[in-house]
Ligand binder design. Structure first.
Ligand code: ME8
Length: 693
């Protein structure tokens, strides 16, 4: 086979932990990489997009145990959820690596051997703190200290380990950062990493010996390889590192070093200090860039499985489609910074930018060409019916092609999209001003020519915007491309894109609306889907603990392949018992006392219209009567609740559900396979308003 002459481009997402199911944060990084990869392919690069799952380590071992599964069963299930989601999202990854695959395990052992042979590994004893949640050694912390990254309690470990001579790399790393200013982006992260390295590097323990779920250290299988050395190696093992197969070796030569490792900002140290040091020690080239983006926030906090404030990508996709989610994340979030996610904002963006701007431009332009020119792209008139306004569109389109490229390739996705949409705005305005529908009513050749010019101009601008937006909106732009009569959009060569390539006389495809408007109910539908998916609690996790009513602290170790504990995500429905927090599973009494639990009495109860699982309750809590919306309708008839004493979490922020304000949570156990809620109560009589402590 002849060698592929195209330039290569290798981009990676982080590999995601399988301790809980995917959420929009994971979808975000993956979508960003997918959009970049699609554009690179359209520019003629031999592009390789890698994603996958990180399946070893103490966190996963514990999560699996809590779910009553073997680590492998557990990892298979959750990894399958990630893979399934990415397929559904139409992610164009070339491979999906799992760290439990033999090809990866072989590669990690190979790397370990090379590091040892090169003299960078020695045996020692680590006694110090470890954060299981971050899978990170905190060797500066005292016993009992909290993790400086996540605030969870660290655990003291004392074990014989293999150490990596990280301290030998401080100067080399600093020199590398200086010589390659483009290695870490954005600049703020680069400065952070430089400051960290300047502060001094200690040798790093790279094996564990007190648990089993990992890759055995070669020639010393009592030890397993530290999960971050294991995980980071995926970027090499996925493209053939450690394989004897000539085809795989060739692949490694072709794609390594990676062009971009895309990550969230919280894992920058692993990627910009440990990983380059491992690679230097192994004599392998370093990736060309590590790009750290900000966090998606939901209700002002980082969206994370441990907080329980997650939103699933499927919810948005079910209601508005893949492209709506992609568009929102790339347009609304300023890449590199933290940005808020809300259902209202997604629907607003969808309606204004997709349904209104792009959707309108496509449907009115193509419908008029169908109506007035029998569905064939009309010939613009170069002379008689030509106006300055037409030239202005052409000029803007040419500069948008250049500006979009510059902004997008500089990771300024939001500005790149804004730039393309400025052309849509201009053309929509042009149509309003040129009034082709009025021109069409007039007799004579000149008017016919004028109409042809206007519609050609609009269609050509539409073609250009569609081509540029394809990496962002792969599904809908493919439809518009077909409607323009242009066939498969993926075959387009973006490098040669310019004004004037729309074939004259070309026959349009069937014209259909691409972005049906979303009405207000879309927001409610998404909110309800999230609530219903969250509450009741997951049945498959810890049946033993689910019998005990609790205040539903979402657990960092919440090991559910289904959903972490409900209440963190839906503070207004029903508090259900969830597994204990990670670490040593303890919270302080002060933490507990922050939760105000009170006895309340149900005064009124009714079903919430259109929501099978929700009841609206009015509950007397001694000082006032509160309205609550609770997800208990499948387990309790409203009438049966009136007069009943219940336990309420009284100091939660109010929240709207189905348009109703909910002021607090009702406490229930989650029982059985389907997590049926069972309300907490008392055997003795208790006064309304009494506090629980
Ligand atoms: O850290 N906003 O896996 P992980 C934006 N296995 N991005 C988010 C996000 C949020 N709220 N939440 C998650 C790990 N992400 C390791 C990585 S790589 C060799 C090993 C995205 O499951 C973001 O990319 O905790 C973040 O870095 C990654 O998911 C963390 O996923």
């Amino acid at each position: 086979m002849e060698k592929d002459k195209r330039p290569g481009f290798y981009i990676t997402t982080p590999i995601y932990y399988v301790n809980a199911r995917p959420h929009i944060g994971h979808a975000y990084t993956t979508i960003v990489c997918d959009a970049i990869a699609r554009r690179k392919r359209m520019l003629g690069f031999d592009t390789f997009l890698l994603t996958g799952t990180d399946e070893h380590g103490q966190k996963i071992e514990r999560s699996a145990a809590a779910a009553g599964k073997t680590p492998r069963q557990f990892a298979d299930e959750v990894s399958g959820l990630f893979r399934g989601l990415f397929e559904r999202m139409n992610i164009s990854n070339n491979d999906f690596i799992r760290t439990t695959e033999p090809r990866h395990e072989r590669g990690v052992q190979q790397l370990f051997r090379v590091l040892r042979e090169n003299g960078y590994i020695y045996k020692g004893t680590y006694t110090g703190q470890y954060c299981v949640y971050d899978e990170m050694y905190i060797d500066t912390a005292e016993a009992g200290a909290k993790c400086p990254e996540c605030g969870r309690p660290t655990e003291t470990v004392s074990e014989e380990n293999y150490y990596f001579k990280l301290s030998a790399f401080a100067d080399k790393l600093l020199k590398y950062f200086e010589d390659h200013p483009e290695f870490i982006r954005p600049e703020t992260r680069r400065n952070e990493v430089i400051a960290f390295v300047r502060g001094g590097l200690r040798d790093l323990s790279i094996s564990r010996s007190t648990f089993k779920w990992g890759i055995p250290v070669p020639d010393d299988p009592k030890h397993i390889v530290y999960v971050w050395l294991d995980a980071l190696s995926n970027y090499c093992t996925a493209v053939g590192y450690g394989s004897d197969d000539p085809g795989e070796r060739k692949k490694f030569e072709t794609y390594w070093p990676a062009d971009v490792h895309m990550i969230g900002k919280e894992i920058i140290r692993f990627h910009c200090v440990y990983w380059p040091a491992f690679l230097m020690a192994a004599g392998l080239p370093l990736p060309k860039a590590v790009i750290a983006h900000g966090w998606l926030l939901f209700e002002e906090n980082k969206m994370s499985k441990s907080r329980g404030n997650i939103v699933r990508a499927e919810t948005v996709i079910d209601v508005l489609g893949n492209d709506a989610l992609r568009y929102f994340l790339l347009r609304e979030i300023v890449f590199g910074q933290d940005g808020s996610f809300s259902f209202d904002a997604v629907v607003q963006r969808y309606n204004s930018d997709l349904a209104n701007d792009l959707g309108n431009l496509a449907s009115r332009t193509l419908t008029m060409i169908s109506r007035y020119f029998n569905g064939s792209v009309p010939y613009p008139s170069p002379t008689v019916a030509h106006k300055d306004a037409d030239d202005a569109i052409k000029r803007q389109a040419q500069s948008v092609i250049a500006d979009f490229a510059q902004l997008f390739d500089d990771y300024q996705f939001s500005r790149a999209i804004e730039c393309a949409w400025s052309l849509i705005g201009t053309v929509n305005k042009y149509l309003v001003e040129q009034e082709p529908w009025v021109v069409a009513e007039k007799e004579g050749e000149e008017n016919k020519s004028r109409l042809a010019t206007i519609l050609y101009t609009a269609a050509e601008a539409l073609r250009i915007v569609t081509a540029l937006a394809h990496p962002v909106l792969p599904e809908s732009t493919a439809k518009i491309w077909h409607q323009l009569g242009l066939g498969e959009i993926s075959r387009l060569d973006l490098q040669t894109l310019q004004w004037g390539q729309l074939p004259l006389g070309g026959k349009l495809g069937k014209v259909e609306p691409v972005f049906p408007r979303a009405d207000k109910s879309a927001i409610e539908r998404m909110q309800t889907m999230e609530q219903e998916r969250n509450a009741p609690a997951p049945p498959t996790t810890t049946p033993a603990s689910s019998a005990t009513p609790s205040t539903a602290t979402p657990s960092p170790a919440a090991p559910s392949p289904v959903t972490p504990g409900a209440a963190g995500a839906v503070p207004a429905t029903v508090a259900v018992a969830t597994p204990a927090p990670a670490g040593d599973g303890k919270i302080s009494i002060d933490d507990f006392l922050k939760v105000e639990l009170r006895v309340g009495q149900v005064k009124f109860a009714e079903k919430v219209k259109g929501a099978d699982k929700l009841l609206r309750l009015e509950v007397d809590i001694g000082t006032e009567v509160r309205q609550l919306v609770a997800g208990i309708a499948l387990a309790y008839e409203p009438e049966a609740l009136i007069g009943r004493k219940v336990v309420i979490v009284a100091n939660l922020k109010p929240r709207k559900l189905r348009g109703l304000e909910s002021n607090g949570m009702i406490v229930a156990a989650s029982v059985g396979e389907d997590g049926k809620p069972v309300l907490a109560g008392f055997l003795e009589d208790v006064p309304v308003g009494a506090k629980l402590k």
